[in-house]
Design a protein around this ligand. Structure first.
Ligand SMILES: Cc1cc2nc3c(=O)[nH]c(=O)nc-3n(C[C@H](O)[C@H](O)[C@H](O)COP(=O)(O)OP(=O)(O)OC[C@H]3O[C@@H](n4cnc5c(N)ncnc54)[C@H](O)[C@@H]3O)c2cc1C
Length: 296
């Protein structure tokens, strides 16, 4: 179940050697596994990534990083879960989450479900779902945009364009181009000029890309927390309702670790130091009038 994973590390590319050297120092400080050769320029950089133009003057590879097609990965995960006998309900809208008579209850357009516990993992929309429990989450939408273009050749691995703040991810013969951090109340509103800005920033770096035929244009809200850490754990005052959200810019990368922590919290095996670090209580405010049922 690899979702067409590329396991060749990430290339960070920059418009100057000085820019790359500064970034490399910061990465080394973080303990990132930098590939042999350090900062690459000229032919060495061109040989490492023939898809880039001379606009990329310097770069370096960080080893042991994977990229994949998230849609394909989720489809394969769903297939595997179905084979294991898990019931997946798709296309249903959750209208309310609550606790009743020692059970968790989820009301949806496909019916009402009751269970020992429920995990709310609805990204930025988790805010609305727990508001019904009288809890206000400090979570804001940091919107990003992406689209795909045909490129010949496509990059051989994920390329992070440091100065442009754009990420190029190879997906078959196309490349997914993603970027932007737009803070806005409406998580769904699509602004064309944001896509145009990404095109303008990335165009000087990618050789033979068809910028006149953008496909799969998309806007999505990253669930951003004030301290940059996810919210994983029980909703304050509600022992049967857990949150798994607030993964900021790294929801896919952090998903397996989050899954393990959620499982540990449900079985009672979670490391207390770890669970207290991500406890949603630090970003949650309870409405006393709701808790006492005045508005409910
Ligand atoms: C342009 C862009 C590029 C990114 N690149 C990366 C990357 O390279 N690596 C990485 O790790 N992360 C990346 N991220 C961040 C990542 O996408 C997020 O951190 C991640 O999607 C958060 O996952 P989530 O499951 O919490 O929320 P979401 O992915 O937002 O999923 C929430 C789901 O809940 C559903 N939902 C909401 N309300 C309801 C309801 N009432 N009833 C039923 N369903 C509901 C929504 O439809 C949605 O499917 C990127 C984000 C953007 C925008």
């Amino acid at each position: 179940m690899d979702g067409q994973a590329h396991k060749d590390g990430f290339l960070f590319a920059f418009p100057s050697r000085a820019y790359a050297a500064k970034a490399l120092t910061a990465f080394r400080r973080l303990g990132a596994p930098i590939a042999a050769g350090g900062v690459l320029t000229g032919d060495a950089l061109a040989d490492t990534e023939p898809a880039l133009t001379e606009g990329a003057r310097a770069g370096f590879v960080v080893d042991d990083q994977w990229s994949l097609d998230p849609g394909l990965f989720v489809d394969r995960l769903a297939e595997r879960l179905r084979r294991q006998g898990v019931e997946l309900v798709e296309g249903a809208r959750v209208s309310a989450v609550s606790e009743r008579a020692g059970r968790a209850e989820v009301r949806t357009s496909a019916g009402t479900y009751r269970s020992d516990a429920v995990v709310v993992a609805a990204g930025i929309w988790s805010r609305e779902l727990v508001r019904g429990l009288g809890v206000d989450l400090d979570l804001v939408a940091g919107k990003g945009y992406s689209f795909s273009v045909a490129a010949e050749p496509p990059p051989s691995r994920l390329v992070h364009l440091g100065a442009a703040k754009v990420v190029l991810t190879p997906m078959g013969k196309r490349v997914r181009v993603a970027g932007t951090m737009e803070f806005e109340r409406d998580p769904d509103r699509f602004r064309r000029r944001r896509v145009e800005a990404i095109v303008a920033a990335a165009r000087p770096y990618l050789r033979h890309a068809d910028w006149d035929d953008l496909q799969e244009e998309w806007v999505g809200p990253r669930p951003m927390t004030p301290d940059g850490l996810p919210l994983i754990g029980r909703v304050p005052g509600h022992s049967r309702v857990l949150l798994a959200t607030g993964h900021n810019m790294l929801g896919l990368m952090l998903a397996p670790a989050t899954g393990r922590l959620v499982a540990g919290l449900l079985t009672g095996d979670a490391d207390p130091a770890l669970s207290s670090r991500f406890d949603p209580v630090r970003c949650a405010r309870r409405y006393p009038w709701r808790v006492h049922g005045i508005l409910n």
